[in-house]
Design a protein around this ligand. Structure first.
Ligand code: ADP
Ligand code: ASP
Ligand code: MG
Length: 438
């Protein structure tokens, strides 16, 4: 059994949905996880925003635009009147549901329900299309299987039990379509796995089904050596270890959701990134077995804030770091990077919702400086295998870029540097030129 996930662009038009339908109809048993058609979730976020602001006209206008776009897809996707009518009816129902939220005060739970509509529609489209083509497939609602606990973490036990039940009930259906991203929470209400979370759905389901392979199908031929949106002449990497892939995903390689590698790693299930537009290309294989290339890739994580706590008085004394970390823990704010000296400690965070409270508390221990608009630039590779000279190459590459913090040795796979956002592009290009072209 394989789990295949197709992202928003892969199902972004009637033509793309048809291509994916042909790709998955190969006689092999599989679970197919679909994202919403590209652009839909962003539109739903906008609609939710209008609803929060009680801007009913704005919300209704965006809903009508979305509805009309979907009717065009229905027209192109289905051949027969029967399925054109089914498709139109489906859209009408979902849009009426969205309109129903304009009547009352809008809540967080309703927002989650609004955001869920994109995946519910794309999967229904795929199921109807396969039915119309006479391909035997079944729609499995992720809302019957995927659940997060009170801490927002996947409830692995519940998911495995429910997936097993659903798969048993579906028996000889070889193609099982389900929604990425959406789930229920500990109270049974509709929730989601955060933006981009369909990758996570695929790896959670892959782990629960003990899949042979998890495939992430997207609009590029694998994990590239650098962010192709910023740097030219990047190329796909053939192999990555789970740890290398996890570092890249966490530090900004948008192609994989940061959380998606862990369930696959824990269950030793290979993850293959494939290009829907070039299905024959090998893509990137993520597994335990990887080549020991020194430097694999570079990534950048935006929206980073650096916080420096400085004190002349025994800063590094026993217990100090614990007190600092406790403040971040109290406000459930993860720290990405940390560097220390005798007189100060610097940390970075990307979640600034509680920054003011954190700073107020940190001020008990010394002077606190906050720098916003930074980026973590991270070089990933197998630095144990051939360690010599790597740091020197990395630092000489960024010799003209002001670097605010450096972290090396936290894992064997990562050298991270903090730079101002305005220097991100320069740093990524300089590193690419030095590490991959020189
Ligand atoms: P999907 O909708 O299929 O989930 P995403 O947009 O989330 O696709 O991820 C694919 C995009 O990630 C690519 O189009 C590319 O622009 C971007 N990306 C950023 N960093 C990398 C990288 N290192 N390798 C490949 N793609 C990357
Ligand atoms: N549709 C969701 C989003 O746009 C989930 C995903 O695409 O992975 O964030
Ligand atoms: Mg994605």
């Amino acid at each position: 059994m394989r789990v295949l996930k197709f992202g928003g662009t892969s199902v972004g038009s009637a033509a793309r949905i048809k291509e994916v339908a042909s790709l998955i109809d190969d006689g092999e048993q599989k679970i197919v996880v679909l994202s919403a058609m590209s652009g839909t979730t962003n539109t739903l976020v906008e609609i939710a925003d209008y609803l929060y602001k009680e801007n009913t006209d704005g919300a209704l206008k965006r809903i009508s635009e979305l509805e009309n776009n979907y009717y065009k897809v229905v027209d192109e996707l289905f051949e027969t009147n029967k399925y054109k009518e089914e498709g139109k009816g489906l859209i009408k129902n979902h849009m009426e549901h969205l309109r129903s939220f304009t009547r009352d005060m809008f809540t967080l739970h309703e927002e989650k329900e609004v955001l869920a509509q994109g995946e519910l529609i794309s999967t229904a489209f795929m199921q109807y299309h396969l039915e119309e083509k006479g391909v035997k497939s079944a729609l499995m609602s992720a809302l019957n299987v995927m659940r997060i606990d009170k801490a927002g973490e996947p409830d692995d036990f519940y998911i495995k039990e429910n997936l097993t039940r659903e798969l048993n009930a579906l028996g000889d259906y070889y193609i099982i379509i389900t929604q990425g991203f959406i789930c229920r929470n500990a109270y049974g209400l509709i929730d989601n796995l955060q933006r981009g979370g369909s990758d996570y759905t695929a790896s959670i389901l892959g782990a629960a089904a003990c899949a042979d392979e998890i495939q992430i199908w997207t609009d590029i031929d694998g994990m590239h050596t650098n962010d192709p949106r910023v740097v030219e002449n990047t190329h796909a990497i053939a192999e990555l270890s789970f740890d290398e892939a996890a570092e890249l995903a966490y530090f900004g390689a948008k192609i994989l959701h940061p959380t998606c590698v862990m369930p696959a790693k824990l269950n030793n299930i290979p993850v293959r990134i494939k290009n829907t537009l070039k299905p024959k290309a090998d893509g990137t294989l993520i597994s335990v077995n990887t080549n020991k290339e020194r430097i694999k890739a570079i990534a950048a994580k935006d929206g980073i804030t650096a916080i420096k706590i400085k004190s002349g008085r025994m800063l590094m004394a026993h217990g100090f770091l614990r007190k600092v970390f406790e403040i971040f823990e109290t406000y459930e704010t993860p720290i990405d990077m940390i560097t220390t000296s005798e007189v100060g400690v610097s940390v970075t965070i990307d979640d600034t919702r509680n920054l003011d409270k954190i700073v107020t508390n940190l001020k008990k221990y010394g002077t606190v400086d906050v720098d916003t608009d930074h980026v973590i630039v991270c070089v990933v590779g197998d630095f144990v295998a051939s360690n010599s000279g790597i740091a020197a190459s990395v630092f000489s590459a960024v010799k003209d870029v002001p670097v605010r913090m450096i972290s090396y040795g936290g894992s064997n796979y990562n050298i991270s540097m903090l730079v101002k956002a305005e220097h991100k592009k320069q740093a990524l290009i300089a590193l690419s030129e030095k590490l991959f072209i020189d």
